[in-house]
Write a protein that binds this ligand. Structure first.
Ligand SMILES: [Zn+2]
Ligand SMILES: [Zn+2]
Length: 365
């Protein structure tokens, strides 16, 4: 089969590799779509893991083979995959810190080599311990919607960490695909969302999907604008969906006492930033983080996405064939004004997609 193999820093090669062999408890899935995720981009760009690997973990496709002991699935079913599944039994899991569970840290979907997701290949093996994360895609929904379950899950998990009430003011700094998902999920909770970004197209997109306050992150009077909008009360919470320390500092300053700042994009080990600790102690402002997904939310996530209460289709602006995965990764790493979520797609191109094409996005701005 064809696969895109990571061979070193910024080195992705289209190669012919064996179709993965499956064990008695595993599934073989023909990949239809796989989203390009910033966490993979970082690994490819900084070489933080050893090659060779086949990345891609926001994967959907069709079951083509079942291990002899597998029950509850059929060949031909369209499914969305989850590459990390917690054991639900260890100390971390009992504290619901699923992303810290030793089993969760094992990657259970692979197209060969050291398991790394495998979505940038024609076929993947879903290992038995990841079967609880396999979700069937309803007939009316697309493979791309299936591939979006994983990123939506990570955002829903993070939103659940915020103690926000309807009518609260929440800032989402950064309106890339993840920031836009935050904006929409928070809006579904009745929160008044204020968004910032440096790209006007993204601000326009946020406005067109119902955000009243989309502000340029570099506006000199940004703090005043936010204070005015919150009627001097300050922000109830802030989500930092860009790895920008200035955004963090500004958000903490604009928070009301007892408010929360959530870091979602600060994944670089060793990064430090000065924080006024009295803000945390005296003003009781929480600084929290969220990483990866929560498998126990998967049913909620599937309902949100497949019912299109959260319509993810319009976030996908570009699709690339498997052989052009390197170009897909390059575009996701260097977002253009007209690009949001990038997907490597092999199957299931559907004209029913009401999505926002690059041309449509240009027309909106
Ligand atoms: Zn991801
Ligand atoms: Zn566990």
């Amino acid at each position: 089969m064809q696969a895109v193999v990571y061979r070193g820093v910024d080195d992705l090669r289209v190669e012919t590799v064996p179709v993965p062999r499956i064990g008695a408890g595993d599934l073989l899935v023909r990949v239809a779509a796989c989203g390009v995720c910033p966490t993979d981009i970082k690994k490819i760009h900084h070489g933080t893991v050893t090659p060779p690997r086949i990345f891609g973990h926001e994967t959907s496709g069709t079951i083509v083979k079942l291990g002899a002991r597998v029950r509850g699935f059929r060949v031909g079913e369209r499914v969305a995959l989850h590459h990390h599944i917690p054991c639900l039994d260890c100390h971390a899991c009992r504290h619901r810190a699923f992303a810290q569970c030793p089993q969760y840290k094992r990657t259970g979907v692979t197209a060969g080599f050291e398991p790394a997701g495998g979505g940038y290949a024609q076929y993947v093996c879903v290992m038995s311990f990841c079967l609880p994360g396999v979700v069937k895609i309803p007939a009316k929904n697309t493979f791309i919607e299936g591939a979006m379950l994983e990123p939506v899950n990570t955002v829903l998990k993070a939103v659940n960490r915020l103690a926000v009430l309807p009518g609260d003011f929440v800032l989402v700094a950064g309106q890339g695909p993840i920031g836009l998902l935050f904006t929409r999920l928070l809006a579904l909770r009745g929160v008044k969302v204020i968004v910032t970004d440096l790209l006007d197209q993204r601000l326009n997109f946020a406005r067109s999907s119902g955000t009243a306050h989309a502000l340029r992150a570099d506006a000199a009077d940004l703090p005043e604008q936010i204070q005015r909008f919150t009627r001097g009360r300050g922000l109830d919470a802030a989500v930092i969906a860009v790895p920008a320390d200035a955004a963090l500092k500004q958000a903490v300053a604009l928070l009301r006492g007892g408010g929360q700042t959530l870091l979602f994009a600060h994944t670089k080990r060793g990064a430090v930033s000065p924080v006024d600790l009295s803000g945390i102690c005296v003003d009781e402002k929480d600084l929290i983080g969220s990483y990866s997904a929560d498998a126990t939310l998967q049913k909620n996530v599937a309902r949100l996405v497949f019912s299109r209460r959260l319509d993810v289709r319009e976030l996908v602006t570009h699709t690339f064939p498997l052989t052009e995965t390197a170009a897909a990764v390059a575009l996701a790493a260097n977002p253009q004004p007209d690009s949001l979520k990038i997907v490597v797609q092999q199957e299931g191109f559907d004209t029913a997609r009401a999505g926002l094409t690059p041309a449509a996005l240009r027309a909106k701005s």
